[in-house]
Design a protein around this ligand. Structure first.
Ligand SMILES: [Ca+2]
Length: 522
């Protein structure tokens, strides 16, 4: 047998397998995150203020996590933590500073493991996304109407309402995905971030009713340290004309209009039964709360519709079976709670992130999970879902065992928080703290002031019992735990005194599209 024939026989024996674009067996991951969507504005979490049937589907068909917390409750730091699985002091983003995209992220790990990765919507990290096969992001905060998007090819304005557009682009991403790879898509809404501009479809929603006020709207901060009184994010005094959608006098332009928009009205004239009435004091607070909360909830109504659309697309396309869907928010929000809007503080409404996950065939439908989970856990969770091992420098832990209802015996029973943006927006004082099932201890380090809340007796965190002698032992134990955690997570006060310079919000375009006045980075 000559060499040619033997080679031919050998090749024939190998007979290359027929190439079929097999459906990937690893699950797809659709990660939907909104901006400032508090859990208590989702009906699956028992909202008193709205209904969210689209989002609720994930709770009915999947798992509702009840104790997921942001470790630094503002946009940019939470996003950096979610991508890296590291606390702010190690990923380098304690405030609104630029994210170093050369560091490892969950997206990069998934991409190099063969996932088709995408990032659509609000990014807010200053640098261009890395680790994504496809990305199209809003510059800075983005705007609600006719938003501009940045992608590797440049900038484009897309006509329409931002929440609809982000869902459209996400559906397009899933339609156009390569069929031989699983996908990982981060679908990030701008809404319901300030300035809460609703779409036309929901503009009149709630016109016929009042939204219930939260029981702590008139919190007098009687037992608190200085921080609560010094924060400038009260519904009563700090919402401005733009927030409240009070029409500017005709003819105001540019800087004059901007100044007017930023003015915090101390009285408002309204028409009641055809008569003009000037509102002040508690009447004004009630009015402002309704103006604020209704627009916030209208923005959520659009998110809810679009989550429904995304889920319908998964159903119709057959992707539903092999796609894990997560719905969350970068942090919580005060819905008038303690008299506030915004977030930042380590108090419950601000740090609690909604977290709903549907995983057909693995997660039992309609169950809840009360283990303490953190945004540092998201990156290792993505990796675990993709069958990857967590690198040792990632600080969080995979939530997959919790999704399988197998809580590890050594799961955390306490958690560490640190907020740095002081001086910063809303004059919220810097603090760090520890939370457990029953207590929360908070230290405002620049003021050397402490707060302790007994969550079993005082779930609304109204009564600071730090100086109560009955809690002396508790304070001692919690301080030990606080310093143990601080050391464990490697917090050596890297950013305690000096904030990195701001770097996530470019200058607004010279001519602003309609409805886009707010370009602040809060
Ligand atoms: Ca946010």
């Amino acid at each position: 047998m000559n060499r040619e024939i033997s080679l031919a026989l050998l090749l024939a024996a190998w007979s290359a397998p027929t190439v079929v674009a097999a459906e990937p067996t690893r699950p797809n991951i659709l990660y939907i995150m909104s901006d400032d969507h508090a859990a208590h504005a989702i009906s699956a979490y028992g909202s008193r203020v709205n209904q969210t049937p689209g989002i609720d589907r994930l709770a009915k068909e999947g798992m509702r996590f009840d104790r997921v917390y942001a470790t630094n409750s503002i946009c940019t730091p939470s996003r950096a933590t979610i991508l890296t699985g590291k606390y702010s002091h190690l990923n380098g983003v304690p405030v609104f500073n630029r994210f170093d995209g050369s560091q490892p992220t969950a997206a990069k790990y998934l991409q190099s493991a063969g996932y088709y990765t995408g990032m659509i919507g609000k990014w807010h990290l200053g640098s261009d996304p890395t680790g994504f096969d496809y990305w199209t992001i809003l510059p800075g905060q983005g705007v609600y109407y006719d938003p501009m998007f940045i992608d590797p090819g440049g900038r484009r304005v897309i006509k329409g309402y931002v929440t609809d557009i982000i869902a459209d682009l996400s559906i397009e991403f899933m339609r156009n995905r390569p069929r031989n790879k699983p996908f990982f898509l981060m679908c990030h809404n701008k809404a319901p971030h300030r300035p809460w501009d609703p779409d036309a479809r929901h503009a009149k929603l709630y016109d016929d009713r009042d939204i219930p006020e939260p029981p702590t709207l008139r919190d007098d901060y009687a037992t608190r340290t200085d921080a609560a009184r010094e924060a400038t994010m009260t519904v009563a005094r700090d919402l401005n004309n733009r927030d409240l959608k009070i029409a500017a006098p005709a003819g105001l332009k540019e800087s004059a209009l901007e100044k007017w928009n930023g003015t915090k009205p101390e009285s408002v004239t309204v028409e009641v039964n055809g008569r003009k009435k000037v509102l002040t004091g508690d009447d004004l607070l009630r009015w402002k709360y309704q103006r604020y909360i209704k627009d916030y909830l209208r923005c959520i109504a659009s998110i809810d519709d679009n989550v429904g659309r995304l889920l319908d697309f998964l159903d119709k396309s057959g992707l539903v079976k092999n796609t894990i869907v997560i719905y969350t928010s970068d942090q919580g929000f005060f819905l008038g709670d303690h008299g506030w809007y915004d977030k930042r503080f380590m108090y419950q409404e601000s740090v609690k992130m909604p977290f709903l996950v549907r995983w057909p065939g693995t997660i039992r439908p309609g169950i809840t999970q009360d283990a303490i989970a953190l945004n540092v856990d998201f990156a290792p969770t993505f990796l675990d879902l993709a069958g990857l091992t967590t690198p040792p420098d990632i600080q969080g832990r995979s939530l997959v065992p919790l999704m399988r209802e197998r809580r590890p015996a050594n799961w955390r029973t306490s958690w560490y928080y640190r907020y740095y943006h002081d001086p910063g927006d809303h004059n919220t004082r810097a603090h760090y703290g520890v939370g457990t099932d029953v207590y929360k201890l908070i230290y405002f380090w620049k003021k050397d002031q402490w707060e302790l809340y007994d969550l079993a007796r005082d779930p609304e965190e109204l009564l600071n019992v730090y100086s109560d002698p009955a809690y002396t032992d508790t304070v001692r134990t919690l301080k030990e735990e606080l310093y143990r955690l601080k050391k464990e997570v490697g917090d050596q006060d890297q950013f305690a005194d000096t904030q990195p310079p701001p770097g996530v919000d470019g200058q607004p375009p010279r001519k602003l599209p309609a409805g886009s006045v707010n370009n602040r980075h809060d």
